[in-house]
Design a protein around this ligand. Sequence first.
Ligand code: ZN
Length: 429
Amino acid sequence: MRNKNIDSLFTFIDSSPTPYHAVDNMVQTMEKLDGIELKESEDWECKASSLYYVIRNDASIVAFRTPKAIDFNKIAFNMVAAHTDSPCLKLKPVKKDVTGNYMQWGVSIYGGPLLNSWLDRDLNVSGRINYIQEGKLQQKLISIRDLFFRVPQLAVHLDREVNAGLKLNSETHMVPVLGLSDNDENLFEDLLLERLDEKGVEAKDISAMDLFFHESQPCSYGGMKQEFIFGPRIDNLAMTHASYEAFLAGSPNTKVSLIASFDHEEIGSSSPHGASSNFLNSVLERITIALGGSRQEFMKALTRSYLVSADMAHALHPNYEDRHDDVHRPLINQGPVIKMNAGMRFATDSQTTSRFVLLCRQADVPYQTFTGRNDIPSGSTVGPLIATKLGVSTIDVGNAQLGMHSAREMAGSLDHGMMIKVFTELFGE
Ligand SMILES: [Zn+2]
């Protein structure tokens, strides 16, 4: 069941090892489509039938298309929100000491990864490096894909009880090995400088960095009929990609179509560019003003607007059937999952569901519903955070996957195209 939607998703995931790279890839495509970057520090002027995007801290992005006709009695925002970040190992600012002759670098655990899945995996390093050149603050994205690093697991002979339950200390057991030190403490810094040099940057020293270890193996199809996809960061680059593909394909008639993909969802969304920040709110108000509207018109437009919070969902796990509600157990390749939680850990209600069901019908796509067991606490998404801030009608949806937060996750090869079709309906309004 190979298809072009998944081929395109694979290209996006493989070339987006960090949120910075995901945003950079989206920007490069939008530039080819004459997308215009708006800077928050400057005045904005927007016109009809145009494509714009705004970036915060290189890692969160809001992009929007203005409708063919601007009518402030009708204007509204049709939005899909997702996130650019995934759980991983983030390099600490200063390296660890050499143990024996190993060169290692300490890591902070970013988000809630399944730590065991990071063991004995070939890891690359990518991210953002900041440096100072002739008194000026500079930065560059970097991605080391040709060198591989490891967090080696302890042999079974040295931990005879390991298969009864692996216990990992997140501080001491997850430190990747970069190589052998050769009595040179600066090997890694020198490597980074060398890679900057290859990009034409003559940095003498690095002032700070946001670097991450990540899975190196490219995405692949799986299953007897290639009905599965295997790859890193499916949560949530898949939903970022689905919203983005639909967004680029359709031009809206009377509403503003908008996608937002935020960094820092995996650590709670509280940062100057996370979903709990003023980023989206500020962009929406400025769009209204830049189109010639007033604050009153902005507030009115919010009441007519609709937000789809798109984040991956938990598929029924065949080996842990008891972890699921008896009926609400999403199946792979059976269409988008509408996520509900009576405690509003998901923003979905009957009205926002009804609207999404209509979109599914228009797109001729099946849908499923999910609610968790009462005795297992629910996860959450950016949906309730944004809904609370904006007061906009919001639904939480996603495609079914297994192994969420593993270094290498698994989903369906048909669900992705179905979600794109539903988003395309939304963005055609
Ligand atoms: Zn997620």
